[in-house]
Write a protein that binds this ligand. Structure first.
Ligand code: AMP
Length: 593
């Protein structure tokens, strides 16, 4: 059996892990980083860039670049990148392909299977889309794991307690997941989950960007997409700085809009009041569902990048009225957990006895006639209650409502609302029944729900012994095996930017983004250096690496200057960027003058 890897397919960043020598290890990408930005960009020639390069292109080529697409997994959303169109799952498949390649390079063997984590709150469509993304990346995905379960698994594996009740708050770039996990010996049991997959660090970035625009007396409508992209990036930087410092600057310098705003943590809290209120909701819901008081929790574990925000930590201390929260490797916990899960699936010696039980994060049911309101909309009859442990199989019997009825239409819904129409419709089955007096004919409906959160529906009509089965897939984006194969072939045609060319391309895209941020004086100089670097890379690949290093030292200096005091200060800074450690000590770019 080939190696199985675990993948945390994140909204902002993705990571891969593997079970090796008795522990879960993160897999570095070609830059030696563990985090690969979940950003995809295409070139006019069809080359696909994933990760760090694509993140740079978000600014320089916003029309050819997509990010935060995980939010729309399983929805019928199309991303138009130039002339090409992609669904969220196709974009995700490219991120997965890159992670697979990086893992293969790291492990020195082919990887055919992966366990991918998804937010607990992902519905059936999001889960199926994630599996299809795996397929499109050439990976077998038999097991999907809830992100908080993965985090708990990693905590438990590292933890010292044989028995613990843990509340995991996973606050990432685009989602918040809260889960209550019971760990007992080798059993990790998820007791309750709740969350919001439209709440994350990105919301703070947007709030800061809006505040900046307000201070500069302008609005989003008045600036281009490109400028807004730059602003969001600076807003994120400012937010991250506020995790370390009590106050920070949000600076933007580009043709369309320039400004400098100082903001402290208190102001951040004030402008983000609504975001904080939304954080509390799922926490309350989980504790209520799990019938657990805060004082009964052994640990409160904070994971996900946004838990690094000091204001978020402070807010959670206030909500829980506890000071002993653990902030452990917030960026890595989920991926490390998927690595443990990969070990379990491989039946690795050290973890083969470990068991993970998951739950269904939402209720599932069918629509039935509304008996309370005349001509009222149909209402829900729940078969599987939210937070039921998986796998589960529940059945119920439904009868005809008028004499001579020969068909019972069963709508399958997911959600917690009273009226069926207010929930998400997953599918429909039309079951033929023999004509009888009302209530005399009926159908057994059974929902077997597997460990991955995949639902099937079985029906049986006792009078006719007729059986039917429906495996739920989103109707709108249903793909037949044949369609998946065709699309797979098409996507394979798109070539991922080769790993060997990554660094050159990254240096180029980085330069282009800074170019967009600089003013005329610096642009000229940057352009000259950029041209020199490109020409050398083409003409003399042997020297390319050295020239690139120098060029990147310059870019790092430029970036720092832009962040620090603006470009004017830089003009007088002479050759501070110059790297004395350069092997030859010569100033290569000047050779072109
Ligand atoms: P994740 O989805 O877990 O990778 O989290 C990504 C989110 O965490 C993004 O919104 C980042 O801006 C945010 N983030 C990462 N590091 C920090 C930090 N040091 N302070 C504040 N937010 C951070």
């Amino acid at each position: 059996m080939g190696k199985i890897i675990g993948i945390d397919l994140g909204t902002t960043n993705s990571l891969a892990a593997v079970w090796e020598n008795g522990e879960s290890k993160l897999i570095p990408n070609s830059y030696g980083d563990y985090l690969t930005p979940s950003v995809v960009s295409v070139d006019e020639d069809g080359t696909v860039y994933v990760g760090k390069i694509a993140k740079e292109r978000l600014i320089t080529h916003p029309e050819l670049t997509a990010s935060v697409f995980k939010r729309n997994m399983g929805l019928k959303k199309i991303y138009k990148l130039g002339k090409k169109e992609f669904t969220p799952e196709e974009l995700s498949s490219m991120v997965l392909r890159r992670l697979k390649e990086d893992a293969e390079r790291y492990l020195g063997e082919t990887v055919e299977e992966a366990i991918i984590s998804v937010p607990a709150y992902f519905n059936d469509m999001g889960r199926n889309a994630t599996k299809r993304a795996g397929r499109l990346a050439g990976l077998k995905v038999e097991r999907i794991i809830n992100e908080p379960s993965a985090a708990a698994l990693a905590c438990n594996y590292n933890g010292d307690d044989a028995e613990a009740t843990v509340l995991v708050v996973d606050f990432g770039g685009g989602t918040l997941d809260v889960s209550l996990v019971d760990c007992f010996d080798n059993l990790v049991e998820i007791m309750a989950v709740s969350g919001n997959n439209h709440l994350g660090g990105h919301d703070f970035d947007e709030a800061l960007a809006e505040y900046f625009l307000e201070k500069m007396q302008t609005s989003r409508r008045k600036i281009s997409e490109e400028t807004y992209g730059l602003l969001l990036r600076e807003a994120e930087k400012c937010k991250i700085e506020l995790s370390e410092e009590k106050s920070a600057h949000l600076k933007l310098q580009c043709d369309e809009l320039s400004g400098d705003m100082e903001i402290d943590r208190k102001e951040l809290v004030n402008i983000c009041g609504e975001i904080f209120d939304r954080i509390a909701e799922p926490i309350n819901s989980v504790l209520r569902d799990g019938r657990m008081g805060v004082s009964e929790l052994t640990h409160i574990v904070l994971v996900g990048g946004s838990c690094k925000m000091k204001v978020v930590q402070q807010y959670l201390r206030y909500v829980f009225q506890r000071k002993d929260m653990l902030v452990r490797d917030p960026d890595h916990m989920v991926a490390l957990g998927t690595g443990v899960c990969a070990g379990i699936k491989e039946r690795a010696e050290d973890v083969k006895d470990m068991l993970l039980t998951d739950i269904c994060p939402f209720s599932l049911g069918v629509n039935v006639v509304n008996r309370l309101e005349q001509n009222g909309d149909s209402v829900m009859s729940f078969l599987v209650e939210r937070n039921s442990p998986l796998p589960i199989s529940k059945k119920d019997y439904y009868v005809t409502v008028y004499d001579g009825q020969t068909q019972i239409d069963i709508g399958i819904y997911q959600g917690e609302n009273y009226y069926a129409k207010d929930n998400i419709k997953l599918g429909e089955l039309n079951v033929k029944v023999p004509a009888r007096a009302k209530g005399q004919a009926g159908v057994w409906v059974r929902f077997p729900y597997d460990l991955n959160g995949g639902l099937a529906v079985d029906t049986e009509v006792p009078l006719s012994h007729q059986k039917q089965q429906l495996v739920i897939i989103n109707k709108e984006i249903r793909m037949s095996e044949e369609e998946i194969r065709d699309r797979l072939a098409e996507l394979e045609q798109l070539k991922l930017n080769p790993l060997e060319e990554e660094e050159n391309k990254f240096a180029l895209e980085w330069g282009m983004r800074l170019y967009a941020q600089c003013n005329a004086g610096i642009r000229e100089e940057l352009e000259k250096r950029m041209q020199y670097f490109v020409q050398t890379a083409q003409r003399d690949p042997r020297r390319a690496e050295r020239v690139r290093k120098q060029y990147m030292v310059y870019l790092a200096f430029l970036e720092k200057a832009l962040n620090a005091g603006g470009i004017e200060q830089m003009l007088g800074a002479g050759a501070d960027w110059y790297n004395d450690d350069d092997e030859d000590g010569d100033n290569d770019w000047k050779g072109e003058d």
